[in-house]
Design a binder for this molecule. Structure first.
Ligand SMILES: Cc1cc2nc3c(=O)[nH]c(=O)nc-3n(C[C@H](O)[C@H](O)[C@H](O)COP(=O)(O)O)c2cc1C
Length: 195
């Protein structure tokens, strides 16, 4: 396939570099059709053996599923925060962040029949999440990918209705950014050996 024109190259490079993790959102809702578009972008990620190992669970704002998962995360945080002074506030904040996020999507990776496939599948789902984040960013949306508290409760998969052997890859908070976060990177030449 011929290379893309320079304008397209610039747009893609800029989109990749300007994407940031977002965890503070404006209250504006996201419509279901936009979430579907993001997931459509996600499923075009590379995946070895064409396992298409991604599974997405969309928890609608105000819905029963969102409340159930938020309660599980709240309980998990109460039980697992070592500092007694921080326990309640940390649990409340984790629950409220889940309840208030305009969009909330869990990404799971099928584990397949071997450790090798499980690893490939997890990598593929990470690519899918990046696709989703870039598609979101192109639409003016931000995504916060968490593998922290929202992914920890033992009953999470059951609450989401996960019915295939899978591993959680992340909880994705999605919405219109309340502010533009910044980040930094080492330059590519710092982390590359040419042989
Ligand atoms: C697999 C994975 C798990 C992550 N888990 C968390 C998390 O639990 N909490 C969090 O605040 N950020 C999490 N992040 C986001 C990173 O902290 C973030 O990507 C990093 O700080 C760089 O910022 P940027 O995405 O804006 O470039 C995760 C990112 C990845 C790829």
């Amino acid at each position: 396939m011929a290379g893309k024109d320079t304008a397209t190259i610039k747009v893609v490079d800029q989109l990749i570099k300007s994407r940031r993790t977002v965890r503070e959102f404006a209250p504006d809702p996201i419509d279901d059709s936009t979430l579907r578009q993001l997931i459509e972008a996600a499923v075009w990620a590379p995946n070895h053996r064409m396992t298409e190992p991604w599974r997405f669970y969309v928890l609608k704002k105000g819905g029963e599923g969102r409340r159930k998962v938020s309660d599980l995360v709240h309980a998990w945080t109460l039980e697992n925060t070592p500092n007694a002074n921080q326990r309640q506030a940390s649990a409340d904040s984790a629950r409220d962040e889940l309840l208030e996020s305009p969009g909330l999507v869990y990404a799971y990776a099928l584990t397949g029949n071997s450790d090798e496939i499980a690893e490939e599948n997890y990598a593929a789902v990470a690519c899918a999440v990046q696709n989703l984040m870039l598609a979101a960013h192109a639409r003016g949306l931000g995504v916060g990918w968490s593998t922290g508290k929202p992914c920890k409760p033992a009953d999470l998969a059951a609450a989401l209705g996960v019915n295939e052997p899978s591993r959680v890859a992340g909880c994705l908070y999605i919405g219109y950014p309340a502010k533009e976060p910044s980040s930094k990177r080492r330059v590519g030449s710092d982390v590359t050996s040419w042989l």
